[in-house]
Design a protein around this ligand. Sequence first.
Ligand code: SAH
Length: 243
Amino acid sequence: MCKIYVVGIGPGAERQMTILADETLRQCDVIVGYTVYIDLVKNRYPDKTFLTTPMKQEAARCRMAFEEALKGKKVAMICSGDAGIYGMAGLMYEVGRDYPEVSLEIIPGITAASGGAAVLGAPLMHDFAVISLSDLLTPWEKIEARLRAAAAADFVICIYNPSSKKRADYLKKACDCVLEYQSGDTVCGLVKNIGREGETCRVLPLRELRDTAVDMFTTVYIGNEQTMEIDGRMVTPRGYRNV
Ligand code: SAH
């Protein structure tokens, strides 16, 4: 029985990869992934065969991985962050139904939410909800319903895929949903290029976040009612009483 490793490489290039992810990629023959992520790891594993497909050809990328495994190659499918969080792990299991002779092993990675949280301070110290604003695979009405539910329940909200060329005003719409339940003073944060060149972050109130342009390499954090700014950092208290 052959096996494919589905590997989360962390939010940055190399330094935020786990030792297990690195060891796994070292012992593979073929590394499959989206072009951008292949470019991030190429130099570290110069002797490997790299196979890529563009965005939106995810199922074809999965099939490519299974076909290589059937040829007897040791294959890794890489994703940024964690492979099981808006990554390829789920689709690999779905496509894998057609390849019963191949098993899967998922190697976890640091997801953008925790990578960016460390840059901002400590925004995710209490209950939080992760919501993607990408409506490619989820209807926008459902995304709004989830935003409202999370805001009504006073979760810290961590937003993935906050923008794209076609979705320039989605963050504004998302903030408007949250503003139905939370104050404009709510402490928010954003981190761009986590762990990569050009990493930047900002802490700002919700009313300002609403009018801020972000790109698809940004992760956004909307605090809960207790979240505060301490020395320019975004901090959600855990609730310890004696401070
Ligand atoms: N599997 C990935 C998420 C992929 S969805 C993970 O676990 O992190 C893509 C979204 O993740 C981006 O639009 C962005 O919101 C976030 N993201 C991924 N890598 C990032 C990085 N290095 N810096 C900032 N945001 C990132």
